[in-house]
Design a protein around this ligand. Structure first.
Ligand SMILES: NC(=O)c1ccc[n+]([C@@H]2O[C@H](COP(=O)([O-])OP(=O)(O)OC[C@H]3O[C@@H](n4cnc5c(N)ncnc54)[C@H](OP(=O)(O)O)[C@@H]3O)[C@@H](O)[C@H]2O)c1
Length: 360
């Protein structure tokens, strides 16, 4: 594996990577997902519904949901309009940390299916590999204390496998997991292997080693926060990292100009050419349409390398998975919304600061 990491180029042919996701009709899912979290937790139902309609019209087929987002009922209403047949869609949902126990897993999936108006989920992810007690969220969040529940990751996985056997879920995966968590699941001789690990990833948080470790295990990296450098640069957040974000954006803008594209499309394309699946979002239908244009052009090796280089010089990470193994009171929770003051250099790089932002 280390040998693979050493020789892994930045760009990887998509065909050579773990098999693409497929809808129930057998069609490959475009390597770009539309998310209904983050921004959509803070806009009106109508705004989210219109953005989702725009996403479906544009060609998005993979919709990234979660119980935590509170937007599954809105998605259900739009899906019921029948813009795209169910068998051509790929719907992902996630278990929140309060629902890792047997009963909680079933309850969460039943609630997702009812809200979405679906018979099955295409993919179920463990949102974070940390179990909380049922009543710990959200009130305790403000106090920064979240009692852990004693539910091993593998027990949660077994409960998820039972839902696959029952036909309620078609594939399983994880989110915010490192190699240790993946190996915990893989080492338990699972009946259903993980397919996806959804993590923060953008040029300033390239996750190359994790991507390669996942690929060696047949797991594909799905990447949230793909546009973070653009946002950090525009809002001036992140202290020293903001200047680095500006250099990443400049490298992307240069490539965008050469291809007649936008910086957003280049940031998404950079991930796709690294065999990663961006999970992006917007509340603005025109931006949603524009994002889907990341699929039909190719960055040169030199453009990829320039973006790699600019990102590597200014590491920045918003969500810190290093906090997972820490005692509960070491966890720290940011306000739900994201503003410039929250943009900060990598928590992972601040020694002795095992804090984690869980407002996904
Ligand atoms: N598994 C997890 O723990 C986790 C964590 C975070 C996110 N996620 C998933 O990933 C999805 C995307 O996450 P994200 O919000 O961090 O993604 P992102 O795609 O990096 O950022 C989306 C933000 O970028 C803005 N934006 C979009 N297009 C733009 C453009 N052309 N120009 C300027 N700004 C633009 C949007 O604002 P406007 O609405 O104003 O366009 C939105 O606020 C979420 O919805 C969720 O489904 C998962």
């Amino acid at each position: 594996m280390s040998e693979m990491a050493e020789r892994a180029p930045s760009s990887v042919a998509l065909e050579s990577w773990p098999s693409p996701l497929r809808t129930v009709s057998g069609a490959p899912v475009p390597a770009l997902a539309f998310g209904l979290g983050t921004r959509h937790r803070h806009v009106s139902d109508d705004v989210t519904a219109n953005a989702l309609r725009a996403a479906l019209h544009a060609g998005f087929r993979h919709i990234d949901c979660a119980r935590f987002y509170g937007t599954e009922a809105i998605a259900g209403r739009v899906l019921a309009e029948g813009l795209v047949p169910r068998r051509e869609l790929f719907l992902t949902s996630k278990l929140w940390m309060t629902h890792h126990d047997d009963a909680g897993v079933a309850e969460s999936v039943n609630a997702s299916l009812a809200a979405l108006g679906l018979e099955y989920l295409d993919m179920l992810l463990i949102h974070w590999p940390v179990a909380w007690t049922r009543d710990s969220d959200p009130a305790d969040k403000a106090r920064g204390v979240t009692p852990r529940a004693d539910v091993p990751l593998v027990a949660t996985w077994r409960a998820m496998e039972r839902l696959v056997a029952a036909g309620r879920v078609r594939a399983l995966g994880v989110s915010n997991c490192g190699v240790a968590e993946l190996d915990e699941i893989l080492g338990s001789d699972p009946a259903v292997r993980p397919t996806i690990n959804q993590v923060e990833c953008h040029p300033q948080c390239a996750q190359t080693a994790l991507r390669d470790a996942c690929a060696a295990r047949g797991v594909r990296l799905a990447c949230f926060g793909p546009l973070w450098p653009q946002r950090a640069a525009a809002e001036g957040g992140g202290g020293g990292a903001a200047a680095g974000s500006a250099r990443v954006v400049a490298a992307c803008a240069a490539a965008a100009a050469a291809h007649g594209r936008s910086t957003t499309q280049v940031l998404l394309r950079w991930l796709i050419q690294r065999a990663c699946m961006p999970v992006t979002t917007s509340s603005n239908p025109e931006r949603v349409r524009q994002s889907f244009g990341a699929l039909d052009f190719t960055l040169t090796d030199a453009e990829m390398a320039a973006i790699d280089d600019a990102g590597a010089r200014a590491p920045f990470r918003r969500y810190n998975p290093l906090g997972w193994r820490e005692p509960p009171d070491a966890l720290w929770f940011a306000p739900d919304d994201i503003d410039a003051s929250e943009s900060r250099p990598s928590q992972a790089q601040s020694a002795g600061s095992p804090r984690v932002v869980l407002n996904s």
